[in-house]
Design a protein around this ligand. Structure first.
Ligand SMILES: [Zn+2]
Length: 343
């Protein structure tokens, strides 16, 4: 999150100053054959060099807020460094794919990249489920009475066995539950602190809620909408680059300086379209709450669970409309509590 904000700021600097032209000229003079790779790598490395300390700072501060600093800073550093390396590889690959698509398809590059990216969003969804289940930190939940009850609940509701696991990733120390993967790769994950502190009734409600996401294929539906939004964002980036490019020293799509402009506008369009994706998420959450209430028949446990989550995630009870549209994946606490009373 912090890393992406730093990246957007850096892209804006490159687009609106002569910096992009300088780096492009340097890349061409250093090696015409490798100019694209040199150009993209130089920009990405500067971005990550600034973003890494900022992300570490944010992660350490977030950790103190939720867990009062009992997670080793070294493990956070390792996680951030790993994310940085992944970010560098993804950003370089993305830049090269865009440049290659422009060379190949000219004005239709955005459809080619979107056409490649859309299935990747879907594949990433499936892979996330497999890797989390394969990871050593996805351990079975140790409370036997609880796991039996959850297994029965899951099987009764879905007719399928979906494993319930304790999740001990240091990056997610706050109490939380999530559903990951889809189909046979799916799993329900409960954070370590939730397993430690919550009552069986409350955990059952939360698992039933997560189960709804699973049963209704919410991850697939989210992946499909994300893919559409990605194509739209790339199309918008194309239009802006072609129309505003000449005024920003981007003479042609094949110009190296087109890449930061495309990166910046695609990122802005992706963010501008975020309310669409979040509206879908909130609809999924409302449906999951209804499902949890009907499967467990325990509105009291539902309400204490919601209040606990709200307190632990420092939820705003009355967010502004803008905050809601651009940041809220869930309905407000008030909305969720009121909906549970209507039943
Ligand atoms: Zn949910």
């Amino acid at each position: 999150m912090v890393g992406l904000a730093v990246g957007a700021a850096w892209l804006a600097i490159v687009v609106f100053s002569p910096a992009g032209r300088w780096v492009a000229d340097w890349a061409w003079s250093a090696s015409p054959g490798w100019a694209v790779l040199l150009f993209v790598t130089a920009l990405v490395v500067v971005w990550e060099a600034v973003a890494l300390p900022a992300s570490v700072f944010a992660a350490v501060r977030g950790e103190r807020r939720f867990r009062k600093g009992d997670v080793a800073v070294s493990s956070l550093l390792i996680a951030q460094f790993r994310d940085t390396c992944t970010g560098i590889v993804i950003a370089i690959a993305g830049g090269l794919v865009v440049y290659g698509a422009i060379a190949l398809a000219g004005g239709w590059w955005w459809l080619v990249v979107g056409g490649l990216g859309a299935p990747m969003v879907v594949v990433a969804t499936a892979v996330a489920g497999v890797t989390v289940r394969a990871a050593a930190d996805g351990l079975p939940v140790p409370r036997e009475a609880l796991t039996d009850r959850l297994s029965a609940l899951v099987e009764r509701a879905s007719g399928r066995r979906v494993p319930v696991r304790e999740w001990t990733d240091p990056a997610s120390a706050a109490p939380t539950a999530l559903v990951t993967g889809v189909g046979p790769s799916g799993a329900i994950l409960l954070s370590r602190s939730m397993v430690a502190d919550w009552s069986d009734d409350e955990i059952a409600v939360v698992v039933a809620h997560e189960l709804s996401h699973h049963v209704h294929h919410d991850l697939w539906r989210k992946a499909a909408l994300d893919a559409l939004v990605l194509v739209a964002a790339l199309g918008a980036a194309h239009v802006v680059t072609v129309t505003a490019g000449p005024g920003l020293d981007v003479q042609a799509l094949a110009d190296l300086t087109a890449l930061p402009l495309i990166g910046l506008t695609a990122w802005l369009a992706w963010w501008g379209l975020r309310p669409i994706r979040l509206a879908q998420s909130r609809a999924h959450e409302r449906a999951a709450d209804r499902y949890a209430l009907s499967v467990t028949g325990n509105p009291e446990a539902f309400r204490t669970a919601i209040r606990r989550l709200a307190a632990q995630h420092l939820a705003e009870e009355r967010p502004s409309t803008v905050t809601r549209l651009f940041f809220h994946r869930h309905p407000t606490v008030e909305e969720r509590l009121t909906a549970s009373l209507k039943r």
